[in-house]
Design a protein around this ligand. Structure first.
Ligand code: HEC
Length: 212
């Protein structure tokens, strides 16, 4: 049987360490019959090792030691702030274009606007106020078709009440529950305007005096 040149140990050079690229040596020591090869690491391998170390050191220096670039938390906070500002600006713009007159005579007479408001209502409000606005049975919300508006019956009062929820000193309704801003949903100011337009459209008698 031919002896394998690697395992036969004779064919292969013995040395402390490999000294040249590509050279394979068998190291001098042997423990319990276990021997160890050695060869120089290829350049591509060394390159990735040193590159990884360099990237880590640069990263550590830039982010932690010198604090030159914002951390991911800081940039997320920054984006959240920007979004908040955009929302505020949108609300501001909408509020400037809105008053009792536009809510009743422009928004609530726009079928597309009212239809979107109805969709929003069914998805976010009907659970507490009922699809038919009656809030009957054990529902927690106030009826929205009984001609009574506990927090002011002017269209803008209703818009603001939905936007901000019921006032902090409100005693709530049946179960003593107050309403969270937008009923606890995440709506844009425009969606709140649409839902208000839907409520106005559904209660024509309550807003007759604003009609032109
Ligand atoms: C988790 C239940 C709940 C949800 C969801 C909810 N509401 Fe309410 N809503 C209430 C409660 C409770 C009150 C009465 C709170 C109070 O009087 O302090 C109320 C009161 C109101 C009022 C005042 C009614 C009146 O007679 O003065 C309006 C308007 C209203 N909600 C609209 C909405 C709209 C629009 C939505 C959806 C965007 C919505 N609600 C979602 C529970 C809810």
């Amino acid at each position: 049987m031919n002896e394998d040149p690697i395992t036969s140990n004779e064919a292969i050079k013995r040395a402390d360490y490999a000294r040249e690229k590509g050279e394979v040596v068998l190291r001098e020591h042997e423990y319990d019959g276990i021997q160890e090869f050695d060869q120089k690491l290829p350049n591509w391998w060394l390159f990735t090792l040193w590159a990884a170390i360099a990237v880590f050191l640069t990263y550590y220096l830039v982010y932690y030691t010198l604090d030159l670039l914002p951390s991911s938390k800081e940039s997320m906070d920054q984006r959240v702030t920007e979004i908040e500002e955009l929302k505020q600006a949108e609300l501001q713009k909408l509020l400037e274009s809105m008053n009792d007159d536009t809510l009743v005579n422009t928004f609530s007479t726009n079928p597309d606007f009212v239809a979107k408001g109805k969709d929003t209502y069914i998805q976010n409000c009907a659970a507490c106020h009922a699809a038919d606005l009656g809030a009957n049975g054990g529902m927690t919300g106030r009826p929205l078709n009984d001609g009574e508006w506990a927090y002011g019956s002017e269209p803008m009062n209703i818009f603001k009440m939905i936007l901000h929820g019921t006032p902090a000193d409100s005693k709530g309704y049946k179960q003593g529950m107050r309403m969270a801003p937008m009923g606890g949903a995440q709506l844009s100011p425009e969606q709140v305007a649409q839902v208000t337009a839907f409520l106005i459209d559904s209660n024509p008698n309550d807003f007759k005096s604003y009609k032109k």
